[in-house]
Design a protein around this ligand. Structure first.
Ligand SMILES: Nc1ncnc2c1ncn2[C@@H]1O[C@H](COP(=O)(O)OP(=O)(O)O)[C@@H](O)[C@H]1O
Ligand SMILES: [Mg+2]
Length: 271
């Protein structure tokens, strides 16, 4: 692999919760190549959002080191854009102004900003909605605006924290297709956090499976399936079963013996 664009070296993170230390991430090490699409999957609470917050530079208190292009991350920077699960659009701003928030720190003239925003509205297919307000948009459209805002400063790395988690299944699949189309046009290194194994396999070049308490890497899986990927394909199905098994198997789990019918609650037997 060429020099990685992103490198996590032995990253650890703990929170102080009422004087008790909570270890959220332990010894997370991962190199990400330029242009690569990495998905991080894991159950709720295994440190996925925390990892993205560290990479985007919103939290600088951690162990180990994170580098972007060989330089240690010490705060936010315009080469990294982030999209959160809830679109976080401001209801009193138009689509154009919400996207423009992604450019507040850019040394561009008003005319250049207007031009750039127009380009990205087009990229996400919302040119007709440039003057609309968030309440006039569907969930999928609002999330596209959030993606445009994450991309408008032309970051080299796009970070997505469960960006489609709140959408219905059909819209989610459409957004996944669109994300791949956007990536094909704007070659951008992408790190997606999701709890949806199928989404990870559909989109990513590599899937990092996390295990919880503390959050750490359980396995890294290469997804060699060609695009466009078919969810109904046999290899796709196999991979999904394998990854689901990885996610749900717990090495420390010791079954206490076969379950007897009389061990089950009455309500269970009744149905
Ligand atoms: N600001 C915080 N203060 C205390 N604990 C936190 C904070 N942020 C996250 N945590 C804890 O760290 C762990 C990982 O959280 P998070 O990164 O949000 O997980 P995920 O995104 O995988 O659901 C959880 O146990 C969560 O409660
Ligand atoms: Mg999260």
């Amino acid at each position: 692999m060429n020099a990685p664009i992103v490198s996590f070296n032995h990253v650890g993170k703990s929170f102080d919760v009422d004087g008790v230390e909570l270890e959220a991430i332990r010894e997370f090490s991962l190199d990400i190549a330029e242009g690569e699409f990495v998905a991080i999957v894991g159950s709720s609470g295994c440190g996925k959002s925390t990892l993205l917050r560290l990479l985007v530079g919103l939290d600088t208190q951690f162990r180990g080191q994170i580098t972007v292009d060989g330089t240690a991350v010490t705060g936010i920077g315009s080469e990294r854009g982030i999209v959160f699960q809830e679109h976080r659009l401001f209801p009193w701003l138009t689509v154009e102004d919400n996207i423009g928030l992604g450019l507040v720190n850019e040394p561009l003239s008003a005319e250049q900003k207007h031009q750039r925003i127009g380009d990205f509205i087009e990229l996400v297919g919302l040119t007709d909605f440039i003057r609309a307000y968030p309440h006039q948009l569907s969930g999928g459209m609002a999330q596209r605006v959030a993606i445009a805002r994450g991309l408008v400063a032309s970051p080299r790395i796009l970070l997505l924290d469960e960006p489609f988690g709140a959408l219905d299944a059909l819209t989610r699949q459409q957004m996944q297709d669109e994300l791949l189309a956007i990536r094909a046009r704007a070659k951008i290194t992408t790190v997606l956090v999701t709890h949806d194994v199928e989404e990870a396999i559909f989109l990513a070049d590599r899937v990092v499976v996390m295990e919880p308490r503390p959050g750490r890497i359980k396995q890294v899986v290469d997804i060699a399936l060609p695009h466009p990927r078919q969810r109904s394909n046999f290899d796709f199905h196999q991979l999904r079963e394998e990854l689901l098994h990885e996610l749900t198997s717990d090495d420390h789990y010791q079954p206490s013996g076969p379950v007897q019918i009389h061990d089950l609650p009455l309500s269970f037997i009744a149905c």
